[in-house]
Design a protein around this ligand. Structure first.
Ligand SMILES: Cc1cc2nc3c(=O)[nH]c(=O)nc-3n(C[C@H](O)[C@H](O)[C@H](O)COP(=O)(O)O)c2cc1C
Length: 201
């Protein structure tokens, strides 16, 4: 798949088939993630792949409870409070797999490094016909001692990106993109920029 096609087709998928994702495919995604650039080539990422349903359910319940008692903007919005209180709302949308990208230690650029690895992983998923979604709601609890313990991560680690993976049951509804704010300094390029802003649906 062309890289621009993958970029445009990657969407936050929130509706999954129960079909499992093959081990070789999960390995392929991790390998693609590990080809991301990183500051001083530190490659500080650690990948924890969770396919155990009971653990996914448990993380969902605990992360929702943690979010509700946190003082974040999300937890104070009525919409999100109602969602988090809803026992039927699964934080991972019943996706069959969760790949948690964590930094082995929180250093100056480890969050940036892990975020770049995340985007690689999500683009590689599109290429394999898979959907993905970064679940920021799970980050808070997974970064507690209890959360890290449930993933077998050491206390020094920092959870950056919990990403769900699975085969989409339906297409993600269209979302718009704001026109990019660009400041051009210096001579304007003669050629048309290849990546145009996405048109609003
Ligand atoms: C850091 C981060 C955290 C996110 N957290 C959540 C989340 O907790 N739950 C969710 O459903 N989507 C989450 N998303 C997905 C965004 O809502 C989604 O990317 C955005 O609405 C744009 O839609 P698109 O990815 O389909 O283009 C998160 C995305 C990012 C980058």
């Amino acid at each position: 798949m062309e890289i621009l096609e993958a970029i445009r087709r990657r969407r936050a998928v929130r509706d999954y088939l129960p079909d499992p994702v093959a081990l070789t495919t999960l390995r392929h995604l991790v390998t693609a993630a590990s080809w991301a650039p990183s500051a001083m080539n530190e490659q500080p990422w650690h990948f924890t792949v969770v396919t155990e349903k009971a653990l996914l359910d448990d993380i969902s319940v605990r992360s929702k409870a943690w979010m509700l008692q946190s003082a974040s903007d999300m937890a104070t919005s009525d919409h999100f409070r109602d969602l988090l209180k809803d026992t039927h709302f699964h934080l991972f949308y019943n996706a069959p797999a969760l790949i948690v990208i964590s930094a082995t230690a929180k250093t100056q650029w480890s969050v940036e490094d892990c975020s770049l690895a995340s985007q690689n992983l999500m683009l590689a998923a599109v290429d394999r016909g898979l959907g993905s979604c970064w679940i920021g709601f799970a980050q808070g609890w997974l970064n507690t001692n209890e959360g890290r313990e449930c993933l077998g991560l050491p206390p020094s680690s920092c959870v950056v990106a919990p990403i769900i993976i699975g085969y989409p049951r339906s297409e993600a509804p269209p979302v718009s993109r704001k026109a990019p704010i660009v400041t051009w300094i210096g001579a304007l390029p003669v050629d048309e920029p290849k990546l145009q802003a996405a048109p609003s649906p």
